[in-house]
Write a protein that binds this ligand. Structure first.
Ligand SMILES: [Zn+2]
Length: 113
């Protein structure tokens, strides 16, 4: 269950950032996650709620923005959005695809009190 380690990373980062700002409480965290990360939002939210208990992020809302996978065909140069993890070029049906997006995992925004 890789959601637990992701939740721990998020918690470490947001708590450190909020404490640096002198914040007393974290109310909302916006996370940008590429589709290739295969995060199950419910599991991530659950893990986060559990480990955030007793910290300044206790009760914080975790918003997840999923970024679609983007690919570029090495054969014809076509750029497209990969749907359902089908790494096939829609133009030439080529399978030599370079992944150009949808792999990121970063914290976009932290709201504090
Ligand atoms: Zn192609």
């Amino acid at each position: 269950m890789h959601e637990l380690s992701i939740a721990q990373n998020i918690l470490d980062i947001v708590v450190a950032a909020a404490e640096k700002e002198g914040a007393q409480k974290i109310t909302r965290i916006t996370l940008v996650a590429g589709e290739t990360r295969a995060i199950v939002p419910e599991q991530l939210t659950f893990c986060f709620e559990v480990i955030a208990g007793g910290t300044i992020a206790d009760g914080a809302e975790l918003d997840l923005e999923i970024v679609p996978v983007r690919g570029t065909c090495r054969g014809c140069g076509e750029g497209f959005i990969v749907e359902d993890f089908l790494y096939i070029c829609p133009k030439c049906q080529g399978r030599d695809i370079e992944i150009t997006g949808g792999t990121e995992l970063r914290i976009k925004d932290i709201e504090v009190d």
